[in-house]
Design a protein around this ligand. Structure first.
Ligand code: UDP
Ligand code: MG
Length: 320
C-alpha cells in the first residue's frame, strides 16, 4: 500500500528560492517509490512574490497545497498551521531555502520505516555563522539543557520527519508561545539524529536578527523551565543571609570599637547593587507573567487569508 507523506514548508519572502526548492525536492521524492508526497507551503505574510508563486505551483501541480497568512506571524506559527493541515502517515518539516538538503529525505524515510517515530537532522558545522552567534547559541543549549526538563540537541534544526502519532502529540500542545525545538523534545518518541554539513543560503537572506534570536531563546527557556524564578528566590535568601551576617558583624564591631564614621560608598554600592538585583528579579517574574498574559488572551496563532486546501480534500485523504 502506498504510504502518504506531507511536506510542510514555512515560507517568508522566499520568491528567490521557492521554485528551486520545489524542483530540487521534487527530483528527490520522485526517486522514492511507494510513497505519495504532498507539499503544504505556508506563505507567512510575505511581502514579495511568494504568494503568487505558490498559487501558480498550486494550480500547476496536484500535490501542492498552500496556506497564506494575513500578515507575518513567524515561522513557529507557520509550522503549526502547516502541521494542522496534515493528514498523511508521515510529515516532513523543512525550510524553503534549501539549507535543509532534500537529499536526506530517503534516509529519513528509511529510518522511520525501521521503527523510529522521528528522524531529525542536525548540523555538524556552523560555517558561515558569526563566532558571536555561535557562542550565544552554544551557551543557550548548555543553559537550557541544565535547567529545563527537555534535552535539546546541539545543532538540531527544524528539519525532520515525524510519524502521525508524533504530529498529533505536537498538535495537542496548544500553547501560544511555541518553541518547537522544546516541543519536539518534550513529546518524547524515539528520534534518530542524522548529521549533515551546514549549507549556506544560495539566495535571499536569513529572517533572523540577533534580537529575534535572543527573544526566541528567552521564550524557549521561560516556557520550559521555572528555574529562573527559583534562582531569584535563591538569590533573595542568599543576599538576606549576607545582610544578616553583616548586621551581626556591625553590632559586634560597634560594641567593641565604638561607632565608626558612616561609610558613604558602602551604602551607595549596596543600594545600587540591590536596586539592580531587584529590577532583574522583577524582569524575570515579568517574563512569566507575560507568558501567562499571552496564553490567557488565547489569540489564534495565525489568521488565514487564502488556501487551496478544502476540508473535503482533507476528508477524502483520510478515507483513503
Ligand atoms: N520563515 C517563516 N516566517 C518567518 C521567518 C522565516 O516562515 O517569519 C521561514 C523561512 O522562509 C525559511 C525558514 O522559515 O523557510 C527558515 O528561515 P531562515 O532561513 O530565515 O532561518 P535560518 O535558516 O537563518 O535559521
Ligand atoms: Mg535558512
Amino acid at each position: 500500500m502506498t504510504k502518504t507523506v506531507d511536506i510542510v514548508v514555512p515560507c517568508y519572502n522566499e520568491e528567490e528560492m521557492l521554485k528551486m526548492f520545489f524542483e530540487e525536492t521534487t527530483k528527490v521524492i520522485n526517486t522514492i517509490p511507494n510513497y505519495s508526497f504532498k507539499y503544504i507551503f505556508i506563505d507567512d505574510g510575505s511581502r514579495d512574490k511568494t504568494y503568487e508563486i505558490l498559487k501558480e505551483l498550486g494550480s500547476t501541480y496536484d500535490n501542492v497545497s498552500y496556506i497564506s497568512f494575513s500578515r507575518n506571524f513567524g515561522k513557529e506559527a507557520g509550522m503549526y498551521a502547516g502541521l494542522s493541515y496534515t493528514t498523511a502517515d508521515y510529515v516532513i518539516v523543512m525550510d524553503a531555502d534549501l539549507q535543509h538538503p532534500p537529499a536526506l529525505i530517503p534516509e529519513m524515510i528509511k529510518n522511520i520505516e525501521e521503527g523510529y517515530d522521528c528522524c531529525a537532522a542536525m548540523r555538524t558545522t556552523r560555517e558561515g555563522e558569526s563566532p558571536i552567534r555561535s557562542f550565544f547559541s552554544r551557551t543557550f543549549y548548555k543553559l537550557s539543557n541544565k535547567i529545563t526538563d527537555v534535552d535539546l540537541v546541539q545543532g538540531a534544526v527544524d528539519y525532520r520527519i515525524m510519524s502521525r502519532a508524533m504530529v498529533d502529540a505536537v498538535m495537542s500542545m496548544s500553547e501560544k508561545q511555541r518553541f518547537s525545538k522544546g516541543i519536539f523534545a518534550w513529546v518524547g518518541f524515539k528520534t534518530k539524529w542524522i548529521p549533515y554539513e551546514n549549507v549556506e543560503r544560495a539566495l535571499g537572506t536569513t529572517k533572523w536578527s540577533f534580537k529575534s534570536l535572543f527573544r526566541y531563546a528567552v521564550t524557549g527557556i521561560t516556557t520550559f523551565s521555572i528555574a529562573p524564578i527559583r534562582f531569584v528566590t535563591g538569590m533573595g535568601f542568599f543576599i538576606s543571609l549576607i545582610g544578616f551576617l553583616y548586621i551581626v558583624f556591625t553590632i559586634v564591631k560597634t560594641l567593641i570599637f565604638g561607632i565608626d564614621v558612616a561609610g558613604y560608598v558602602t551604602t551607595l554600592s549596596a543600594v545600587i547593587f540591590l536596586g539592580g538585583i531587584t529590577l532583574i528579579s522583577i524582569g524575570i517574574l515579568g517574563e512569566y507573567i507575560a507568558n501567562i498574559y499571552i496564553e490567557v488572551k488565547n489569540r489564534p496563532l495565525f489568521i488565514l487569508k487564502d488556501t487551496n486546501i478544502s476540508l473535503t480534500d482533507n476528508h477524502r485523504k483520510k478515507e483513503q
